[in-house]
Design a protein around this ligand. Sequence first.
Ligand code: HEM
Length: 296
Amino acid sequence: MESYESIKKIYNFNEVDKGNLESLCTAAKQNADKFADLLYEFMSTFTNYNKFLGNTEVRKRHRERFKAWFIELFCGKYDEDYFIRVQKIGHVHADMGLPTHYVSATMSFVRNYIHQTILLSCPSEEERKNCRESVDKILDINLDILTSSYVDENKIYIARTKIENKIVKISEKISYYFDIALVVALVFTTFMIFVLFISDIYNFLRSASSFENSVINILGAMLIIWTIRELLEEELKRLKGKKFALNIFISLAMAAMLRKILIFSLEPHNSTEVIVLGFLVLILGIVYWLMNKSSN
Ligand code: HEM
């Protein structure tokens, strides 16, 4: 999840860019109507234009809001509220199923228009070059946010309100501490299972349990150590920002049950428990298979 500040940092958008864009603010306001006329001429070439902007009322509303967005490209404060507004536009488009390539093509039109018209108001070639860089940055940032509303993964996250932003930040912190606690607990559990593993070997050497029982117990403990190690690895990946593989939890549960089945199978009076556990392992296996199938 990226905050609006980190987006600015990624694009190296700074106070100089803000100043450059501000110097074009008057020209943008003066050209806004002319720009809107050309823009709708361009957008009307899209195959599904009428589906989205065929209604006169909607088109009128869109024109005014588009103009406001265009002017804010130059005269904006580029603060949290600005980014919340841009993200809202993205959500409106995504909710109505507007194709992303329409948005990208429109952004390309906007870029060309600014390069060919608005930048002409710069007094020198040097200033024009600097302003062009700033214009490209703010357009790239806008396109990034507008299109990221369409995808769930790796999406740039900007809370819709300031309160939401605070809640998300607090939740992220709490979730991080829980992750750390989970890693510590997992290390501790691995250690305990390892002790169980050693004690099984010890019992075997002391001949406290039968050879068959000892081998099954040792195998079961090894199975659990192996799956806990997988779980620990997944949790560490999550801490590094990657996605958590939930199916590891299922494998851990299966390993624990298989261990029990192995142990029960050696005892003569536990056939009902073995059947119940076998049934549960079968269900977990189906869930595991379905999860793997859907992630492919
Ligand atoms: C760079 C590209 C675009 C920008 C910056 C933009 C800007 C906006 C803005 C500011 C809104 C108002 C959002 C709100 O209610 O908060 C909006 C809504 C909308 N946009 Fe776009 N737009 C873009 C491309 C397009 C394209 C290509 C189409 C269709 C061909 C389109 C169709 C619409 C429609 C139908 C709405 C809802 C209008 C309403 O019901 O009020 N937009 N857009």
